[in-house]
Design a protein. Sequence first.
Length: 454
Amino acid sequence: MILQKYSLQTRLTLLVLSAVLLFSLMASYESYKNAILEADETFDAQLVQFAQNMVVMAAYSMDDDEKDSPLPPHIHKYQQTLAFQVTLNTKQPPRILIRSNNFSRILPSQMPPEGFSSIEANGGHWRFFRLRDEQDIFDVLVGQNDEARNELAQQIAWHNIAPFLFGLPLLAFFTMLAIHFGLRPLRKLTESLRQLSPEQLSPVIVQDAPKEIAPVVDALNILLGRIAKTIENERRFTADAAHELRTPIAALHAQVQAAQLSDSKAERIECLNKALQGANRMAHLVGQLLTLSRVDELSFPINLEPVDLVELTRECCAELAENALSKKIEIGFMPEARPVFSGSPDMLRIMFRNLLDNAIRYTPAGGCVEVGLHITENGRQAEVEIADSGIGVSDAQLASLGQRFNRINPSATNGVGLGLSIVQRIAEVHRAKVAFNRAAKLGGLNVKVCFPLQ
């Protein structure tokens, strides 16, 4: 649009003045039409009054002589020229008693009908009024040029609109001044935003913000809070990831050096095995970091589709069955219902795999993992529970579960402390809730994920 290259103040000023000018033109047009209508009504009434007066005058000054009555000069600018003629019908043929000296120049070819009529005569448009008295003695014809009417109507309309047109520049000045002061909160908001930096995203404060600006300021503050939180998470994630990667890399480097310096084949094999374990742990850590980075970018709503929770959970159990068998861990799946949940199958598969992998890692050889699925009594939630017979978690440690790079017992497993963080993030995106408790029956950890079905 043409206005896009102008400032908001200029746009508002032009739009307001355009609206006012358009309204003024419409009002002027209506004023002109009304002036014409009122002038016609007034002059028609004058013609009727004049014709009636001529009848009375003719009755008192009737004689047989035809007279031309000269018109006096104008003494007022709004005084208009009239043409009139009074005819005596008692004579045969009818005789003209009196008429104006300009009537012969505008006399129509035939007499107009009684009442009002409009006729082109003498190069102009004339308005006539013909009147006969009750005894049909006098026939009065009075005419008036429409040019005089239009001129008077135009003068009236111009006098009505002229003050506004001449005052338009003054109106524009005060309009610009009012808009300038009205946009002061926006300038304050702009100045506040310019002072922000990625290192300091403090909330924006605009004193006495109007109702139209306050929601914008609130939305900006919410957005700034999210950005600040995201930046802080990225910084913490980068620092933690660097710290977690530094340890296995250093261990891998030390084991490879030890294998190079060792003269014993057995020692070299042992060092290489430890290096391989470190490489596997580092590969697992990198995979978890990539997954966490992926789920951190998710926001609700995601691409949703119907998900059969029973089938999805069974698939995850089958995928991790080999890991469980290597530790002689039994996985039991006991679904009590078959709910269908709207979500992302890929993200939910990552969630259940992490929960099952975490349970298998922290469960000693020969233990068991139980997976349950049921619907709450009100039918509004589907609950998936995964319990294990692992080392368990103390009541004091339950509150810290889900924190990134937090491992309850680092010596008991080669985990990286990101699995439950990934689970919580995916649950948050799906508006689900995760609860951690001690498994009453098996003695290990019990994780319950509640999915809203409505």
